[in-house]
Design a protein. Structure first.
Lengths: 235, 290, 389
């Protein structure tokens, strides 16, 4: 089976059950076929450079500082993000089905990754630092319902359900990919000064730590009911 | 490790959703808050799909705020209302199969002791009356017989709430519920006495009307399990839906039950008693030095 | 207990020197556990499995395992296994017939929970009426769980499959449980020659961080839901999540195939690939079928054997290829439902070539003559039957 961007339909096919095998060491997967890693990287780079709203989805293994490698890979990912024009970073901080719902501009959730992709009209994305099980769930759901070009940068064996799968990818390989992004960008003649993507829109614009009680002015009473006061009305 | 897996990697503080940044900056990890500070720090669990007026939801909120080491705690649940909220908390949560909590906890706790012999990793089961005293009864009892070192908290709403209000072994005698259309024929199971007989080293029964006492009870149950053996809390967490308790009467109902059959009860082995006396003396001394 | 040194998985399974011993199937399974660097085993008695877990208990007492206990019953045992596996240790348990069925809810949830446990299945009759005799109908219940299911023919297979099971289960792209089944009594309580790796070598320990899901140990993120997301609340997630989750389980089982090739030489063994008639069999029935192939050879009949080692993932492609030109296919089994015959029929074209039988069950043995009768029928060989009194 050729693993192409969707939408594939109601129920996605499972690449692994359709004869797609994970690539051997040093190789990558491109549309479900084993190719030289660099070939896969170049195709991935072009997708991130030419398709609308390229986005990196870093997962828990990179977002949280649980090991020295996490910091190293986080650095590499930020370096990569700087080189992709108008790239965004939308994190997947955990795997819970979040109640009541996610903010699709602030995060992506493996239980319905398509919401984030469709809301932001993302047509090329990179999954990195997501545990393989959850990455596979997401990749398949994305292929089912969106036209997003998915790239998996995997520290383990890679992912059949991504359009491009890179295996054993840690700091060094992510930096190699960054170089290829730069090369392809220059080939395409895209002018771009490296810069970090915009911060998470859910974060407060001002520093809440310095806000004082007085800043709330006449609404201060809403913060703390007076002694003996029972608030019956709510929004 | 604990704290290290709940810090954000350099540079990514700007890309995390606010919820998570707040958890790290203003949350409970690595800090100990008094339960009376509730509302002044970022709690481990906030939004959840429990019913309005649910007393169990309140209990679980206080439970998470009382964890002595949230960064080194694992909560295990099973089918029922509680897991809807437990699975939204910033503490690893295991949802296995029906009534398997105490077996899963046994395996998990032993595995963690093998891998981290020098660390305290608290394993806490929070499950309902159906999960612990009906379907999981054998596994609950046997985990106590084997003296597995984890805490079991039974959030007793006296009914199968999540499946639509069926009788449970913990429903009071005579109550008419689904699957008991003529009223329940036998008494509420005496879980506290069973726990004592089965070898729990710390046993408490509580109607959570007083958050301070509740927090203390939870902390004690977790600390005693860490050092001595199985511990058990039987908490009354009414189901306002199936028992038709008006939302504003939920606390009043708990107070009534406290006066009748849910009076606060705490029992511990002499060893545990000695341990807490020691801990409390040390605390006092430390305060005096300050 | 000898000092054991950790050696490379591939070396231990494929290259390490072997020593020949004459032991029972139960001993063979325990000898594999001895070399598998297992952290924890949980036991619950049931005949004919008990022997295996007695021996594993002895291994714990000698210091080969770090923890071991007798659980309250199978559901409790298998649930505790899933807890321990989530905690990041290597686990083993074993059961038989009714015990397997009692614990089946837990077992069926292992693949979805990504529990890389190894489960010994020492087959026995499923009640009622009560019996403890060999019969492998229980495997049919195991086939739709999403676990890898290997079926051992003899003591040697039992050793090899059990040791390899840990290597297969813990691959990042597999990470589902592996069940190693073999016939109770016929294999577990009978002796055979087993070539075993040295006692002082063991597999590398489990690395719980090399995994498609994080272990639940407060050492690796995320702190919120790590792997057991309850996903049924439709107002804040998609039903598709459960569908793709199930897909992932079966994809993982399928990915095990390349490791079955690597460590077990493939999911099937073929004797006489150019045969006219094939006997397709697994487990103990394969041993009797091997004997039938020898009989046939003596009689000048062109009969071959396909021994199926892996029942899940089922080697459809491989079997289709071997049976392409077969005139007839005999599937002898130790159960009444004929689960292997169904699998074979579903895998090949023109499946009226498949003879679903002979089948024996309830503890009965499988005489080679019964298999030969089916072979004769296919080949049109008329045999006089003499009754000796």
């Amino acid at each position: 089976m050729k693993v192409m961007p969707g939408p594939e339909g109601y129920m996605p096919k499972v690449a692994a059950l359709e004869g797609v095998n994970l690539s051997s060491p040093g190789k990558g997967l491109l549309f479900g076929e084993e190719v030289d890693e660099e070939v896969a990287m170049r195709e991935a780079a072009r997708a991130m450079l030419t398709r609308p709203n390229p986005t990196i989805f870093p997962g828990p293994k990179i977002l949280w500082g649980w090991s020295p490698n996490a910091f190293e890979e986080a650095d590499a990912i930020l370096e990569l993000a700087k080189e992709i024009p108008n790239c965004r970073i939308i994190p997947m901080p955990d795997y819970r089905p979040k109640y009541p719902k996610i903010d699709p501009e602030a995060e992506i959730n493996p239980n319905h990754p398509n919401l984030t992709i469709l809301h932001n009209r993302i047509e090329a994305c990179i999954f990195v630092g997501v545990h393989c099980h959850y990455a596979n769930l997401s990749l398949r759901m994305i292929r089912a319902g969106t036209n997003c070009f998915t790239i998996a940068i995997c520290g383990e064996l890679g992912h059949e359900d991504a359009m491009v799968s890179l295996r054993d990818a840690h700091g060094e390989k992510i930096r190699k990919f960054k170089q290829i992004v730069i090369e392809e960008r220059e080939k395409l003649g895209i002018q771009w000064e490296p810069k970090l993507p915009p911060p998470n829109p859910s974060l407060p614009k001002e520093n809440m730590e310095t806000i004082s009680y007085a800043d709330y002015g006449e609404y201060a009473f809403l913060l703390m009911p007076k002694k003996g006061e029972i608030v019956t009305d709510t929004e | 490790m604990g704290l290290e897996y709940v810090r954000i990697t350099t540079g990514f503080e700007d890309y995390m959703p606010k919820d998570y940044v707040d958890l790290v900056k203003y949350g409970q990890f690595g800090k100990e808050y008094d339960i009376q500070d509730l509302g002044t720090f970022k709690e481990l669990v906030e939004e959840h799909p429990m019913c309005a007026g649910c007393f169990m939801a309140y209990f679980i909120r206080v439970f998470y705020a009382s964890l002595p080491n949230p960064e080194d705690s694992i909560v295990i649940g099973t089918a029922g209302c509680a897991r809807l909220q437990l699975s939204q908390a910033a503490v690893p949560f295991i949802y296995g199969n029906y009534g398997d909590t105490n077996a899963v906890a046994s395996g998990l706790k032993r595995a963690l002791e093998i891998r981290f012999p020098d660390k305290n990793k608290d394993v806490i089961v929070v499950a309902g009356d159906g999960g612990l005293m009906d379907i999981g009864f054998g596994m609950t009892m046997h985990s106590w017989f084997r003296r597995e070192r984890f805490t079991t908290i039974m959030v007793d709403n006296e009914v199968y709430g999540n499946t639509g209000g069926q009788e449970s072994g913990m429903s009071p005698k005579g109550v008419q519920l689904k699957m008991a259309p003529k009223g329940k024929k036998f008494d509420k199971i005496n879980a506290v006495e069973l726990a004592k007989a089965a070898g729990c080293v710390y046993v408490a029964r509580i109607a959570p009307t007083n958050p301070k006492r509740l927090a203390k009870t939870i902390k004690r149950a977790i600390l005693a399990a860490r050092h001595f053996g199985p511990t058990f809390i039987h908490a009354y967490t009414s189901c306002n839906i199936e028992y038709s308790i008006p939302t504003e009467k939920v606390l009043e109902d708990a107070r009534n039950r406290e006066k009748n059959d849910f009076a606060f009860y705490e029992w511990m082995s002499d060893e545990v008693k000695g341990f807490f006396e020691q801990v409390e003396t040390k605390k006092k001394e430390a305060q005096e030095v300050k | 207990m000898p000092e054991q040194k950790v050696v490379d998985t591939d070396y231990l399974l494929l290259e390490a020197p072997r020593e020949r011993k004459f032991i029972t199937g139960a001993q063979a399974m325990a000898e594999a556990i001895k070399r598998a660097n297992v952290d924890m085993a949980i036991a619950y008695p049931i005949t004919p499995q008990s022997e295996v877990m007695h021996l594993v208990g002895d291994l714990w007492a000698q210091g080969y395992l770090k923890d071991y206990y007798r659980a309250e019953e199978e559901y409790g045992a298998f649930s505790a296994i899933s807890g321990a596996a989530r905690g990041g240790v290597r686990v083993f348990t074993a059961t038989s017939g009714p015990g397997l069925l009692r614990g089946l809810e837990a077992i069926a949830s292992w693949p979805g929970h990504r529990i890389p446990a190894v489960l010994g299945v020492l087959t026995r009759v499923v009640n009622a009426p009560l019996s403890i005799q060999p019969d492998n109908i229980e495997i049919s219940y195991l086939l739709n769980c999403g676990a890898v299911v290997l079926h051992a023919e003899n003591q040697q297979d039992t050793f090899d499959f059990t040791l390899a099971a840990f290597a297969i289960a813990e691959q990042v792209d597999v990470y589902v449980p592996v069940a190693v089944a073999t016939e109770g009594f016929f294999v577990t309580h009978a002796k055979g020659y087993v070539n075993m790796t040295p006692e002082d070598m063991k597999l590398p320990p489990r690395n719980p961080y090399k995994a498609p899901v994080p272990p639940t140990d407060n050492e690796i993120p995320p702190a919120r839901i790590q792997r057991d997301a309850p996903v049924q609340k439709s107002n804040f997630m998609s039903y598709l999540i459960h569908a793709v989750w199930q897909q992932e389980v079966w994809a993982s089982t399928t990915r095990a195939m390349k490791y079955i090739y690597k460590y077990l030489g493939g999911p099937i063994e073929v004797v006489n690939p150019d045969a006219e008639v094939f006997i397709v069999a697994s487990g103990c029935a394969a041993a009797q079928s091997r004997e039938a192939v020898r009989y046939a050879q003596l009689e000048g009949l062109n009969v071959g054997l396909v021994k199926v080692k892996a029942i899940r993932p089922f080697p459809e492609k491989e079997i289709r290829k071997v049976l392409k030109n077969a005139k007839g296919i005999v599937v002898p089994e130790h159960n009444i439902v004929g689960w292997l015959a169904r699998e074979v029929k579903a895998a090949i074209p023109n499946n009226d070539r498949v003879v679903g039988g002979p089948r024996v069950y309830g503890g009965m043995t499988l005489p080679t003559e019964l298999i030969m009768d089916e072979v004769y029928k296919i080949l049109g060989v008329k045999k006089e039957r003499k009754v000796l009194v």
